[in-house]
Design a protein around this ligand. Structure first.
Ligand SMILES: Cc1ncc(COP(=O)(O)O)c(C=O)c1O
Length: 398
């Protein structure tokens, strides 16, 4: 048999999904893969039940059902002040995952480069490789999550750089980029004529006093921002696979074609049901924020009571825990095989011996950072309490 594609030969199994399998095998509380274990809003599931027998059940128009796009345009205008034309400037995709892929494929030629901040959500590396492009990484300091503007500029000005990917609020770090930081990025994107492809799936999960700023709202950025987001996190429907891209018409014209060839379109009955959610009033978003603030505070307090060190998230539902005090570095010095990392060893022990599953931070960092693990807290109180009870036994890993 001939070899399979060389472009995809470097792909490894997703570490997050691997940790989910480890969690399932040993009955650990799964705080690795980020999805809620509570129900979506009832109005949304009621609407889905109504649609079941009635439909629509056939293909929707490829760039998304019209009522969905109109509702999305209104909702986005309400929160950002930017009005995207539902006919010309948006496409509904199968999650932000497809949105990002379609955006990158619309922008990049093989051999071109894309700037990513590290740590980064693991799909971005794969997306660039699938386009034949090359990722360039700009580190966020693992302690402060700040970037060095000079390092960013030297990455953005390299030949053949086409775009920068901005995940804001950011998975896995929980960082919410400030307006000043976004201005630095925007100035450089304009100076070097780059597209900014955003992933804003956590736009509504931001903790006070932090605020989400859409980079597309900064002067000169509307024309060059390709905004990707999704309903997965905002309405607790990660399995519905509804996402979207917003961009000006010349970009969107191309993107719609890429989307059509990739997936034809998002699920018609789910788009129909989701219009209900897109029309929710401000109270829904306030309750969402209150609920996530409650989960975050409860989990943080539990971690603090256990004297664990962690980075307080500004947004998203992830927290990075510092595992240096457990001495894995020393325990495994000189004993690791190629491709093995101490944080991965730690996560496997944590799942098997303590009963809580997390994701090794090294899977998000390009730099050799392996003293952090990622836990998520989009869980019912009882799940978080169970996880915290089990974490009381974490001392046995020392
Ligand atoms: C930063 C980020 N982007 C995208 C996704 C996937 O989004 P979707 O379900 O819309 O494909 C996730 C899921 O965890 C994520 O954390």
């Amino acid at each position: 048999m001939q070899p399979l594609s060389s472009r995809t030969s470097t792909f490894t199994d997703s570490v997050i999904r691997r940790m989910t399998r480890v969690a399932n095998a040993c009955g650990a509380v799964n705080l690795s893969q980020g999805f809620p274990d509570f129900d979506p809003p009832k109005a949304l599931t009621d609407r889905l039940a109504e649609i079941g027998p009635k439909g629509p059940h056939q293909y929707a128009i490829t760039f998304g059902a019209e009522n969905f796009r109109e509702a999305l345009s209104d909702k986005h205008f309400h929160f950002s002040g930017l009005r995207y034309n539902p006919q010309k400037e948006m496409v509904v995709t199968c999650g932000s995952t497809e949105a990002m892929m379609a955006a990158m494929m619309s922008v990049c030629n093989p051999g071109e480069k894309v700037v990513l901040f590290s740590p980064f959500y693991e799909n971005y590396g794969a997306d660039t490789i699938l386009c034949g492009a090359e990722p360039i990484y700009v580190p966020l300091d693992p302690d402060t999550l700040k970037f060095d503007a000079d390092v960013l500029e030297s990455a953005m000005k390299q030949p053949h750089v086409k775009a920068l990917v901005l995940c804001n609020p950011s998975n896995p770090s929980g960082k919410v980029f400030t307006r000043e930081e976004l201005q630095v990025i925007a100035d450089l994107a304009i100076k070097y004529d780059l597209y900014v492809i955003t992933d804003e799936v956590y736009e509504h999960i931001v903790f006070e006093p932090h605020k989400h700023t859409y980079i597309a709202t900064l002067p000169g950025m509307f024309e060059r921002t390709i905004e990707c987001s999704s309903l997965s996190k905002t309405y607790s429907i990660t399995g519905w696979r509804l996402g979207y891209v917003l961009a000006v018409e010349p970009i969107m014209d191309r993107l719609k074609k890429v989307h059509d060839f990739l997936t034809v379109g998002a699920a018609a009955p789910l788009m129909e049901a989701a219009v209900t959610a897109l029309r929710f009033g401000d109270d829904y978003y306030q309750e969402l924020q209150d609920h996530y603030t409650h989960m975050r505070n409860m989990f943080m307090e539990g971690l603090r009571n256990l004297n664990l060190k962690f980075m307080e998230p500004q947004g998203t539902y992830f927290v990075l825990l510092d595992i240096r005090e457990f001495g894995y570095e020393q325990k495994f010095a000189g004993k690791l095989a190629e491709g093995e990392y101490i944080d991965e060893k730690f996560c496997i022990d944590l799942a098997q011996k303590v009963g809580v599953a997390a994701v090794p931070g090294s899977s998000f960092f390009r730099e050799p950072v392996n003293h952090l693990i990622r836990l998520h807290f989009a869980k019912k109180d009882e799940t978080l309490i169970e996880a915290l009870n089990r974490l009381e036994g974490i001392g046995k890993l020392k």
